[in-house]
Design a protein around this ligand. Structure first.
Ligand code: DP6
Length: 349
């Protein structure tokens, strides 16, 4: 027999960024972060997990290609989930798995991303969140999403925020064992449903410096990063929560853009400096800044993760349509070798 579960998890985009760890193996951050979870129809991971007495070892395929599960991040997630497994019974198929049997049963895992892996579009976030969630369902793990978020966090920090829709906060926590470093939902996906997110895929190539090594180098060499983590982000997180709860777009846009710019400033303050944005990214920022200034009040917020792709958040559908028009005029996908396509989607679960 084979028992299978399939789950789908969207990625999330941080509006207050996580950059820097205080514990590398448990993945504990140096500051809180806040993100918005995207609509699953656009950027998401679909994972099927299967268990069978016929499987001889744990195996995983990513986008159809077998990958090694020997890395610490996968091992930590698998161990944490297995240790919480419960009895499972499928009467129709006549399958009964006792809690203690899970230690000796092996898994096959197949995962697909519907967007470029490691191009700064947070593929690890959706990937590990989906892996942990689907395994938890297969093994009848009773923990709630916040507790599952602490497991997904050990796969990739940003993954802990993809267990929820809407706006999500990853609380950095204080404990050395990471038990209080969890994600919580601030508001659900219905709370601010006029927002529209548009992603300008400036480059779908793999990024040169991974987030993991980039943030390690920043923590080791940047004099600015501690100021950011200790002085700037704590205040910004409070203001951002307030802006989200009261749907205050001007405050939300100001905080989102400032935080993205400070994150990239901290990357530049790293030795050797890390450049994630390129000329096209910079031109997109200028275009949005000019537009916002000419309107007198912000219409669009921009944020860039560890790559050159722009995530643009429009205050409503009308603004999103105008934004797309402007972008297509200034940055036509075909003629500009740097710019591939646009992904337009709603913020949602
Ligand atoms: C710039 O979560 O990919 O997207 O924890 O080492 O796997 P690891 O890093 P990762 O870093 C994400 C960095 C970011 C900001 C954010 O999502 O908060």
């Amino acid at each position: 027999w084979v028992l299978m579960v399939t789950a789908q998890t969207p990625t999330n985009i941080a509006v207050i960024k996580y950059w820097g760890k205080r514990d590398e193996s448990l993945i504990l951050p140096i500051n809180d972060s806040i993100s918005v979870t995207l609509d699953p129809s656009h950027l998401c991971t679909t994972t099927t997990v299967a268990v069978s007495p016929g499987f001889t070892h744990d195996r995983m395929w990513l986008n159809g290609k077998e990958i090694s599960l020997s890395g610490g991040r996968y091992q930590n997630c698998l161990r944490e989930i297995r240790s919480r497994a419960s009895d499972v019974e499928d009467e129709k198929k006549g399958i009964k798995i006792a809690k203690k049997d899970w230690e000796n049963l092996h898994l096959h895992i197949a995962s697909y991303n519907n967007f470029p892996t490691a191009a700064g579009l947070a593929s690890s976030a959706a990937g590990f969140a989906c892996l942990v969630y689907s395994l938890a369902k297969l093994m009848n793990v009773k923990e709630d999403n916040s507790q599952l978020s602490a497991i997904a966090r050990q796969g990739s920090g940003s993954a802990c925020r993809s267990l929820y829709g809407g706006f999500v906060k990853w609380i950095m926590g204080k404990d050395d064992n990471g038990s209080d470093s969890i994600a919580v939902q601030l508001v659900d996906e219905k709370h601010w449903d006029e927002l529209v997110i548009l992603i300008a895929v400036v480059s779908s190539r793999q990024k040169e410096t991974s987030s993991t090594s980039g943030m390690r180098e920043t923590v080791e060499t940047s004099p600015l990063v501690l100021h950011r983590a200790k002085e700037v982000v704590p205040k910004r997180v409070v203001e951002m929560e307030e802006a989200i709860k009261s749907r205050n777009f001007p405050a939300f846009a100001r905080l989102t853009c400032s935080d993205s710019n400070q994150f990239h400033a901290v990357c530049l303050d790293t030795s050797p400096p890390i450049f994630y944005m390129n000329d096209t990214s910079h031109r997109i920022i200028s275009c949005v800044e000019k537009w916002n200034r000419s309107e007198g009040t912000p219409q669009v917020a921009y944020t860039f993760d560890a790559g050159p792709n722009a995530v643009l958040i429009a205050r409503n559908r009308k603004v999103a349509a105008l934004l797309l028009q402007r972008l297509l005029f200034h940055f036509p996908p075909q003629s500009d070798a740097d710019l591939n396509s646009y992904i337009v989607g709603d913020k949602s679960v």
